[in-house]
Design a protein around this ligand. Structure first.
Ligand code: 5GP
Length: 173
């Protein structure tokens, strides 16, 4: 059995997501605004966040993985498994991620959306592990900075399990 210990409670996550939603509602007022949610990990965060954003918005999902290799630039090495089904052209995009770790996936996705014609792409993550960065990333909205531990819950998995935990936990394998 794996040892699973709480790092952030359900209550603290909910309070943070409410605050992030309010801030985003202010910042994105009057914008042609679209949320792009990075699957699978951010599906729970996205569902909570968008219900705390008091603006009309579109939502699309993208599934991608980045592989190692070139780490000094954010281009290339991105595999899109499932692409967005709504155009981002000339839109302001809020790219919603579960966790920023090395930063490679989110930077490459940001570039990808700009290449597809987005006017502006902002990054929003519920968890951030800055100690592991391989590339500089401007995180515009961050819920919690967490230590360099492997975490599960609130959408994040280990071997496709634990996504349904309501809190964020550290897992010892
Ligand atoms: P990156 O290293 O490109 O910033 O992060 C890529 C992906 O790795 C994240 O979107 C997330 O799916 C996964 N990841 C990074 N750190 C963790 C972690 O601590 N727990 C889990 N479950 N996934 C992680």
């Amino acid at each position: 059995m794996h040892k699973v210990e709480e790092l952030i409670s359900e209550k603290d996550i909910a309070a943070k997501v409410t605050a992030m939603g309010s801030l985003i509602s202010k910042d994105f007022k009057d914008k042609d605004f679209m949320v792009v949610s990075v699957l699978k990990g951010s599906f729970i965060f996205t569902a909570d966040l968008v219900r705390n954003i008091d603006l009309p918005l579109e939502i699309a999902f993208i599934s991608a993985s980045s592989y190692d290799g070139e780490t000094t630039t954010s281009s290339g090495n991105l595999k899109i498994r499932c692409d967005i089904d709504i155009s981002v052209e000339n839109k302001t995009v809020l790219l919603v991620e579960d966790i920023v770790d090395t930063g490679l996936t989110i930077s490459r996705l940001k570039d990808y959306l700009y290449k597809k014609g987005a006017e502006c792409v902002k990054i929003c993550t519920i968890f951030d592990k800055p100690d592991r960065r391989k590339i500089e990333v401007d995180v515009d909205y961050c819920g919690f900075v967490i230590p360099n531990e492997f975490v599960v819950g609130y959408g994040l998995d280990y071997n496709n399990k634990y996504r349904n935990l309501k809190n964020l936990c550290k897992i010892t394998i």
